[in-house]
Design a protein around this ligand. Sequence first.
Ligand SMILES: [Cu+2]
Length: 289
Amino acid sequence: MNVFSRFASVLTVMSVLGSIVPFALVYAESTVAAEPGDLIRGTSFSAVYYMGEDGFRYVFPNEKTYATWYTDAETGELDFSSVKTISDAELAKIQMGGNVTYRPGSKMIKINSDPKTYFVNQGGTLQWVTDEATAVLLYGASWNTAIDDVLDGFFTNYTIGESLTTDIVQDSASGAAFFVSRVWSGTASITDDKSLSNYTWIPIEDMAFGSLMAADATTTITAGQTVKWTNNDSVNHTATADDNAWGTGTMKSGESFVRRFDTPGIYTYHCGYHEEMTGTVVVEAAATM
Ligand SMILES: [Cu+2]
């Protein structure tokens, strides 16, 4: 959050500032309760947050990310109509849960220092679109207009998944259009994207992952569920995959990170600052119907 909170201020409510500010002044005394699924902002700062089902607030790292979730379909403008203004004091009470990632299926993304183009899948999973034929299947002939450049710094919000080829995209009986629309319609909210209504929490306390858990710090979840780490210590920690495939980045005191695990397996991790701190996430296959 350290770096990203600065970017949050980039997301201003420019287009509706004139109407929201007087509104906020008039109603500043009334208490507007923030409900899960709401977009919220404080009275003094224009940054907008998503209120997750888990009771934490999530930051939009930039305007483009916001646009993938909240764009008025008719005007093509950013849609701030459902933003609730709460008091700065109320906002401050809601802990930060992490960054919002692109709405799955909305756009492909590219990072400055990496020439690959990625498809955004659920839970912030990036899948390398390995060739032009695959890109055409996904987004049509004008696929190159469906790419956003994102700053290197946002990359830590995403994890790399399976690469996409024409075979994979066409794998489903219904073809490529189905692939994108299934991802898009299957993730209508940020809570769905991050599986926030069904997450496992690992508080980092007393220099250990989940001091209340088993001594071996093993967490068992089902594929598609999310793990949230929160640093409750006063010193910095990370949760970094032993194979470096994913990581939380530095979590300062009070900061959180969520990661959704879609692929069954055993994920061992450690703290980048304290090598004696280790943990394991066991992801079991979801029961089949
Ligand atoms: Cu540590």
